[in-house]
Design a protein around this ligand. Structure first.
Ligand SMILES: Cc1cc2nc3c(=O)[nH]c(=O)nc-3n(C[C@H](O)[C@H](O)[C@H](O)COP(=O)(O)O)c2cc1C
Length: 357
């Protein structure tokens, strides 16, 4: 039994869609909890006015009845409220009538740091919009909705996941300074998961390693350029005697430099992962580029854009980690009904005689 997530949706298309398979039947979902995560993703100092246009709210199309999962594919939909301004430009079918609204003119000037140039070349697009609409981080809303579902599943086995910005105390100042300079910033986020039992993931294959899976989940988010587990890069400069977490009676650790994972398997300590975000590539002071229509030097397009999105990344990263941990938990505990899943978890904890701290 495993959990899968497929998302679809363009930034200014009609809606974003997430389909989750592999959920047990009988899991209680709370609409407000999903919407609360969607709203948290839209918050943060330094976001663009787009966030005022979009007030994301989830709709459920399948897999849920009276607030409980049916054990069938769960289909979630988040409408793009901004689509009303793009109905001609983003019409799925050949548009009728005169061009009106946004997105009517082909984009031919690729923005450095975006999917624009490579995407246009790879897929043979004359209009770069055909690449940038999906490459945009807008569809992380669908992942966050799925992450909220994963979080509900994890709560059944006592696992709590939370994300935050690392060194965020002076974020407002740094955003203000960057905005004044018509520039952008990145940042680092940290996600912690408490209550994860020992034994999620495996050393058996590289695909099964929990550290590899969490790294892939975080690297799968736009603008993430580095991931570390536990003390990560700092471990490289330590001696072995300082770097490892000694085991004490009760089979716990006094330190957690490994970030809760050894040999690709959760070890019962808190899972700690960090992701580094590059500065956002759309600048109000445009970077140099080339117009693909003329071959002449040009300035990159200035679309409405965030100055910083690191607080949003904390929410998106939290959802990604929650989904991956839920997937590993489904593999370990299985069960078609939520009670079977919970009972397998309880029986396993009894066998290994482990209680979370
Ligand atoms: C939550 C979130 C919001 C983002 N908002 C913007 C934005 O407003 N402007 C921008 O240029 N990039 C933004 N990005 C980053 C781009 O989507 C990303 O850099 C781009 O798609 C290229 O992908 P890459 O950075 O992974 O190579 C955002 C990323 C995230 C995770």
């Amino acid at each position: 039994m495993t959990l899968t997530l497929t998302t679809a949706g363009e930034s200014h298309g009609p809606a974003l869609v997430a389909i989750v398979t592999g959920l047990p039947a009988g899991l209680v979902l709370d609409r407000d909890a999903i919407n609360s995560d969607l709203h948290r993703r839209q918050q943060g100092y330094g976001r663009s006015p787009r966030q005022q246009i979009e007030t994301d709210e989830v709709e459920v199309l399948a897999g849920l009845r009276h607030g409980r999962t049916l054990g069938t594919p769960l289909a979630l939909l988040v409408p793009n409220r901004d689509h009303k301004n793009w109905t001609w430009g983003m019409s799925p079918w050949p548009p009728e009538g005169e061009p009106t609204g946004k997105g009517t003119k082909p984009v031919t000037v690729p923005r450095p740091g975006h999917a624009d140039l490579a995407g246009a070349m790879k897929y043979g697009h004359d209009d770069i919009r055909n690449a940038l609409e999906r490459a945009s981080a807008r569809h992380t809303a669908a992942s966050v909705a799925a992450g909220a579902v994963a979080r509900a599943l994890l709560q059944v086995i006592g696992v709590e996941v939370g994300g935050s910005v690392v060194g965020g105390d002076d974020l407002e100042t740094r955003v203000d300074e960057a905005r004044r300079d018509r520039d952008t910033i990145g940042g680092v986020v940290e996600v912690r998961a408490r209550g994860v039992p020992p034994g999620l993931g495996s050393y058996a294959t590289k695909e099964a390693r929990l550290d590899a899976r969490l790294a892939a989940a975080l690297m799968g988010i736009q603008a993430v350029k580095g991931v570390e587990i536990g003390d990560g890069f700092a471990l490289a400069a330590m001696r072995g005697s300082e770097a490892h977490d000694e085991i004490v009676p009760g089979l716990h650790r006094e330190t957690n430099r490994a970030g809760g994972i050894e040999a690709g398997v959760s070890n019962g300590e808190e899972i700690v992962v960090r992701a580094a975000m590059k500065p956002l590539p759309t600048l109000m002071r445009p970077l140099q580029t080339v117009d693909l229509a003329t071959g002449e030097p040009a300035e990159a397009l200035v679309e409405r854009s965030d100055t910083a999105a690191v607080e949003a990344l904390a929410v998106v990263a939290e959802a990604a980690v929650a989904f991956e941990l839920a997937r590993a938990a489904r593999e370990k505990f299985g069960g078609d009904a939520i009670g079977d899943f919970a009972a397998a978890h309880t029986a396993y904890l009894e066998r290994i005689d482990w209680t979370p701290r």
